[in-house]
Design a protein around this ligand. Structure first.
Ligand SMILES: NC(=O)c1ccc[n+]([C@@H]2O[C@H](COP(=O)([O-])OP(=O)(O)OC[C@H]3O[C@@H](n4cnc5c(N)ncnc54)[C@H](OP(=O)(O)O)[C@@H]3O)[C@@H](O)[C@H]2O)c1
Length: 176
């Protein structure tokens, strides 16, 4: 499968690498693709780096792994129409030098409203980067929750969760 990663930091870089090692083609993107050379070397032959527009043109599955407060800028940089959009963001904002949890909201529902022509599936937001980096493919795999309203998109994400070495656990449709 061809996967575009928007935000190739801790989560995006780590999860994208797991998919690439499982045989998927991964294009990592951020605002500074020229700084992703080391990641591409580490992640291996199935990977390359590019702009966000290149990532969305390349792939039908996109992992969004940027800070919540940069979501609008990130999703404006490429077309997400008809894409399966895996949302790893959690709703934290930066205020002065503090990171603060935004309560009473779902970043996934907000994102789905912003990109109504994408198939948003919430996933990869419930475990820390270190767990993705160090605990994939255990005999007793860690559970990774996912949810969304598009059944075919969720089925594909379930496969990708398994391919990355975790046990997908489906939650209810989030708009019901
Ligand atoms: N850290 C965790 O353990 C963890 C766990 C679960 C979920 N999450 C969520 O995952 C998301 C990413 O967290 P992280 O820890 O991976 O952060 P991170 O390591 O700081 O990576 C963030 C990435 O986003 C890129 N970026 C920033 N602004 C951007 C923009 N406007 N457009 C495109 N790319 C942009 C950055 O690259 P450039 O600056 O080069 O653009 C960087 O590659 C957050 O929403 C967080 O809540 C984190």
């Amino acid at each position: 499968m061809k996967i575009g990663v928007i935000g190739a930091g801790g989560i995006g870089g780590t999860v994208g690498t797991l998919w690439a090692k499982a045989g998927h083609e991964v294009l990592f993107s951020s605002r500074n693709p020229d700084q992703l050379t080391d990641l591409v070397v580490t992640a291996g032959a199935n990977t390359k780096a590019g702009t966000i527009a290149q990532a969305t043109a390349f792939a039908n599955v996109i992992l969004l792994a940027v800070y919540y407060w940069t979501t609008d800028a990130a999703i404006a940089a490429g077309s997400l129409d008809e894409k399966i959009l895996i949302d790893a963001t959690n709703p934290y904002i930066r205020e002065a030098d503090k990171i603060i949890r935004v309560t009473d909201t779902s970043s996934g529902l907000e994102l789905a409203a912003k990109v109504p022509n994408a198939k948003v599936v919430k996933a990869y937001n419930t475990l820390p980067t270190a767990t993705f980096a160090n605990e994939a493919r255990r005999a007793d795999p860690y559970a990774l929750f996912y949810c969304g309203d598009d059944a075919p998109a969720k089925a594909i994400v379930a496969h990708l969760i398994a391919d990355s070495g975790f046990a997908g656990v489906i939650s209810a449709n989030w708009s019901k």
